[in-house]
Design a protein around this ligand. Structure first.
Ligand SMILES: [Fe+2]
Ligand SMILES: [Fe+2]
Length: 193
């Protein structure tokens, strides 16, 4: 498939707001890929597709994951918010025929992160926070950090999401904590903490 086909495909699967978000994430991902020397085409595809299953019914997400052979852990089972990245990566693999593991992992781990993330995975994780339509408090800091040090930007995002989840008494997936620890150790090693 080519880019325009991916775009019309996601447009059919989501509302206008999320469609614009997806395009913006892809644009930010390409900019980050150019800045950090990652594959710009892969960054664009992963950005376009990262939320491709976010607005489909939950039963459909479950069906995609089950058919794709995914076995959810207990936290994933009980937290439907964790489903769209997993369903999105399976859909991209099984329905769209994407066989690039890095693109699929970038989609799968775009909200939680995980330990040992690739450059592309980090780029999509951060691009989701800095896309053009984002306007939360601190987005300017996040945008600046994104082009200075990916891990520092990730820490900024993780600090917010992890504390926010805890405050709201919601589950925190172990991948997010693994990612947090990874990022802390990476920044320590770089002498940035
Ligand atoms: Fe998402
Ligand atoms: Fe997103």
């Amino acid at each position: 498939m080519i880019k325009s086909e991916y775009l019309s495909l996601i447009q059919e699967r989501m509302g206008q707001r999320r469609y614009i978000h997806s395009i913006n994430v892809a644009e930010s991902a390409v900019e980050l890929a150019r800045h950090y020397g990652a594959d710009e085409e892969k960054a664009e595809i992963a950005g376009i597709l990262h939320d491709c299953c976010k607005e489909i019914p939950r039963e459909e997400m479950l069906q995609i994951m089950t058919q794709g052979g995914i076995i959810l852990d207990a936290v994933e089972k009980g937290t439907s918010k964790l489903w769209h990245p997993i369903a999105g990566s399976v859909y991209s693999r099984d329905i769209l025929g994407i066989d690039d593991a890095d693109i699929l992992n970038a989609i799968r781990y775009h909200t939680t992160g995980r330990t040992g993330m690739s450059l592309l995975e980090k780029i999509i994780f951060v691009a989701d926070f800095i896309s053009a339509e984002r306007d939360y408090d601190g987005v300017d800091i996040m945008r600046k950090k994104a082009f200075e040090c990916l891990e520092d930007a990730m820490l900024f995002g993780l600090q917010f999401t992890i504390t926010d989840l805890a405050k709201r008494k919601m589950t925190i997936h172990s991948n997010a904590l693994d990612c947090y620890n990874d990022v802390i150790m990476c920044l320590e090693k770089k002498g940035l903490l």
